[in-house]
Ligand binder design. Structure first.
Ligand code: PXG
Length: 465
């Protein structure tokens, strides 16, 4: 058991010394941070002893749940054997090589194209920085240095470094720090609920949304476009699931103009949507795949890029130094933990479980929330799901953003012992992939309770009929 924690002391030191990510520091200092002290299975506990069902897997990462001793053991063993060595100067290490080979084996070939190579980093953001560097190097080597523009999407999330935040399509992030950096463009997201036209089917919308890419390519000039980057399902943007017609049309367009396709699978890989890699589910052929988070189930930082044959061949065969890399590229302890994590995922068949058991089970339960008076639309993909709370279901009228309905709901979640994330008025989940049916039922009961409590609060304040 853990030793008791002096909550007031930790909160005070926290506000004195710790600047949290994506946080209003003044506001947090006034409220005090919740101190999370322990995790086991799908639950976490705070320093006051409150138990919470973690429907967000930490931050989309703890896919195998908390307290898995195999992962701690793998880290311990590797630290005792070789805690660190670099891979810069003609050296390598065993776990980094083994993991690269394992990942290459897990990434399915599509139309004969394989992913035989991995470039490592320690996070999703760094991996996308590596993508920008690698994409530009690729086109330089092919004698097309004018191909510099990378197209992302509004409300996409690709990280928080200068390049990661630039590829992301979040206006609040761009507003702070003169972003995006040059040669990054954005198209609109495939969010049917908000952007579908009256009378349009989701299939029709999916094709129309994909064609925004073609319009942007033509506006920029096809010979200037280097790559398109997108998440298979937008995570941080609010679990925005594209219509089935979206990805095939995107594939047609990138093929037509010969531009590289980057699948940012930092959230979607390693079972989240029922496959080791999400491009398999959606049936497209990326050239680069970003990964991080669940590759170690968040137990230790690790990220990277799966480099497909098309890019790897040029980088390797043309030669010349690629002037890019990190101290921790191929960190032996992180790679050893990833290997143990992937072993565990394979042993427990987590991608298969999501695909044919708990994914469909969650889908049945979650879509029933469409009947709730507050819910405009509720849908899931694999083991991630999102719903939008609206003022009027029939007209899709949104709440006044100043009411902060999502944050109100999130407060009810904490109170009821549930961790659920609010993105505006969307409530989203990405629970650990180890959940039993009983635990999914327990989570759904909590979600309903939180929606009911939010509804009662809005009604009492006269904000809902
Ligand atoms: N790409 C995607 C698709 C992500 O979801 C990153 C890149 C960046 O990864 P790092 O490891 O640099 O954080 C992410 C990260 C949220 C939230 O609020 C989501 C992320 C990170 C922090 C918060 O949902 N995703």
């Amino acid at each position: 058991m853990t030793t008791p924690v002096d909550t007031a002391l930790i909160q005070s030191l926290d506000s004195q010394h710790f600047l949290h990510p994506f946080t209003d520091f003044k506001d947090l200092a006034a409220r005090g941070a919740r101190v999370i002290t322990r995790g086991e299975g799908i639950y976490v506990w705070d320093s006051e002893g409150q138990k919470m069902l973690d429907a967000m897997s930490g931050l989309w990462c703890v896919s195998v749940g908390y307290g898995r001793k195999e992962l701690a053991e793998a880290a311990y063993q590797q630290m005792m054997t070789l805690p660190y060595y670099n891979s810069f100067f003609q050296t390598t290490n065993v776990p980094a090589v083994q993991l690269a080979a394992r990942l290459a084996g897990l990434a399915p070939k599509v139309d004969g194209r394989a992913f035989e190579h991995v470039f490592y980093s320690s996070s999703g953001s760094e991996s996308n920085d590596s993508n920008v560097r690698m994409v530009r190097r690729y086109w330089d080597l092919l004698g097309q240095p004018q191909r510099k523009v990378i197209i992302g999407r509004h409300n996409g999330y690709h990280g928080s470094t200068m390049a990661g935040a630039s590829l992301s399509g979040m206006s609040a992030m761009h507003a702070q720090g003169d972003l995006p950096i040059p040669n990054i463009a954005h198209i609109e997201q495939p969010y049917f609920y908000e952007l579908g036209k009256p009378g349009e089917t989701s299939a029709e919308f999916g094709v129309r949304a994909a064609r925004w890419l073609e319009q942007e390519i033509l506006a920029i000039g096809p010979d200037k476009v280097a790559a398109f980057i997108a998440e298979p399902v937008q995570g941080a943007g609010g679990v925005i699931i594209p219509p089935d017609t979206y990805w095939p049309e995107i594939q047609r367009i990138v093929d037509k103009y010969g531009i590289l396709l980057i699948s940012d699978e930092v959230i979607c890989a390693f079972g989240r949507v029922g496959h080791w890699f999400a491009y398999e589910k959606f049936g497209y052929r990326p050239d680069l795949v970003t990964f991080a988070k669940a590759v170690t189930s968040g137990y230790i930082p690790l990220g990277g890029v799966m480099v497909g044959d098309r890019v790897a061949k040029v980088l390797i065969e043309q030669g010349g130094e690629f002037n890019h890399g990190y101290t921790y590229s191929g960190h032996p302890v992180a790679c050893a933990v990833a290997l143990a994590n992937l072993d565990l995922m394979a042993r427990e068949n987590l991608p298969g479980r999501v695909r044919s058991d708990i994914g469909p089970y969650l889908a049945r339960a979650f879509t029933q929330l469409n009947e709730h008076p507050l819910v405009g639309a509720a849908e899931s993909c694999g083991f991630m799901a999102g719903l939008v709370m609206v003022k009027n279901k029939a007209t899709k009228e949104a709440f006044d953003p100043r009411l902060e309905v999502g944050m109100r709901c999130r407060s009810h979640c904490f109170k009821n012992g549930l961790v659920m994330r609010a993105v505006g008025d969307r409530m989203i989940i990405a629970p650990p992939l180890i959940m039993s049916h009983g635990q999914i039922d327990e989570m759904m009961t909590l979600i309903r309770r939180c929606l009911d409590d939010t509804l009662a609060e809005l009604r009492a304040a006269g904000h809902f009929e």
